[in-house]
Ligand binder design. Structure first.
Ligand SMILES: Nc1ncnc2c1ncn2[C@@H]1O[C@H](COP(=O)(O)OP(=O)(O)O)[C@@H](O)[C@H]1O
Ligand SMILES: [Mg+2]
Length: 279
């Protein structure tokens, strides 16, 4: 796999706008009641950026991540992904963009229980139509990168939480995405394991130049990122410090991942979620 040039932040030379969102609004209507969750979000991230997103429970973090990950559309606003206007793109082209550019990691891993670690990692490549030998070679290389080659044949229920998250990260990286979106990736892990997973994400960002966005309520995770943004009252604000003050943590209930997110994690391309290893 060609390693991307590693860049150190939004101001780095040649750092094209990988993500460029302007005036993003998102409302949900339940019966007669319309709730505006995002009220004009402007956000940019360059190639190789590493951003934490914090905010109170229900503030719209997952909503924003679903929009950035092309799982949901904004009510209004513009969004350019890697220079392409995805705001008005047709669904099939969006699926293609998602599969090519974006990897997802979730709090609850979203691994398919009946597949081995290696097979889980292969899934995004299956939906890309990769050939089997190439797929296995690539999956094995990624397994090694996340330090899990000794667990290739294990199923998720034979792995610890930290190991499952390593496999989930490997799956997200299998298609060599430019952008990795992680929604509370350490939320289900103990402190030491969370630190290990964060280290893996830092390494992924530094060595491979993957743009990473992490939703978190853990200040230690946020401190490990290059940029820290917060969502409040439907808008984004950015801290200019690498080390945001501790204690600025709001309680967060368990993250409920939607079916669309789970499908995106395993297939990326938007193909059918067959849920079994293809013959
Ligand atoms: N599909 C939906 N339909 C209606 N309301 C939704 C939907 N998804 C999220 N919301 C509402 O939008 C708000 C923000 O949700 P979410 O983005 O999940 O917040 P966070 O991830 O910050 O906890 C919440 O009030 C939630 O109830
Ligand atoms: Mg959320």
């Amino acid at each position: 796999m060609p390693a991307r040039e590693s860049l150190s932040g939004p101001g780095a030379p040649g750092n094209a706008r990988m993500l460029h969102l302007t005036g993003i609004r998102k409302s949900y209507r339940i019966g007669p009641v319309e709730t505006e969750v995002l009220r004009g979000v402007d956000f940019q991230a360059g190639a190789g950026d590493f951003v934490s997103i914090m905010g109170p429970s229900g503030s719209g973090k997952t909503t924003l991540m679903n929009i950035i990950g092309l799982l949901d559309r904004p009510t209004s606003g513009t969004y350019f992904l890697n220079g392409q206007d995805v705001s008005r793109m047709r669904d099939d082209r969006l699926s293609h963009m998602r599969n090519r550019h974006i990897g997802f990691v979730f709090q609850s891993f979203q691994l398919l229980p009946q597949l081995t670690a290696l097979e889980n990692i292969c899934l995004p490549l299956v939906y890309r139509g990769a050939r089997r030998p190439e797929m296995k070679r690539r999956a094995q290389a990624i397994l090694e990168r996340v330090g899990m080659n000794h667990r290739a044949g294990h199923r998720p229920d034979q792995l610890s939480g930290g190991q499952k998250q390593r496999i989930a990260i490997a799956r997200a990286l299998a298609g060599d995405p430019a952008v990795l979106l992680a929604d509370e990736p350490t939320g289900a892990l103990d402190t030491d394991t969370a630190a290990d997973i964060m280290e893996l994400l830092v390494e992924t960002n530094r060595s491979h130049g993957v743009t990473i966005l992490i939703i978190t309520h853990d200040p230690a995770v946020a401190r490990g990122c290059i940029r820290q943004v917060r969502i409040r009252d439907g808008r984004i604000s950015e801290s200019h410090s690498r080390n945001p003050p501790c204690g600025a943590v709001e309680g967060e209930g368990p993250v409920v991942e939607t079916g669309a997110q789970a499908r995106a994690a395993v297939q990326g391309a938007g193909g059918p979620n067959r849920g079994k290893w293809p013959e």
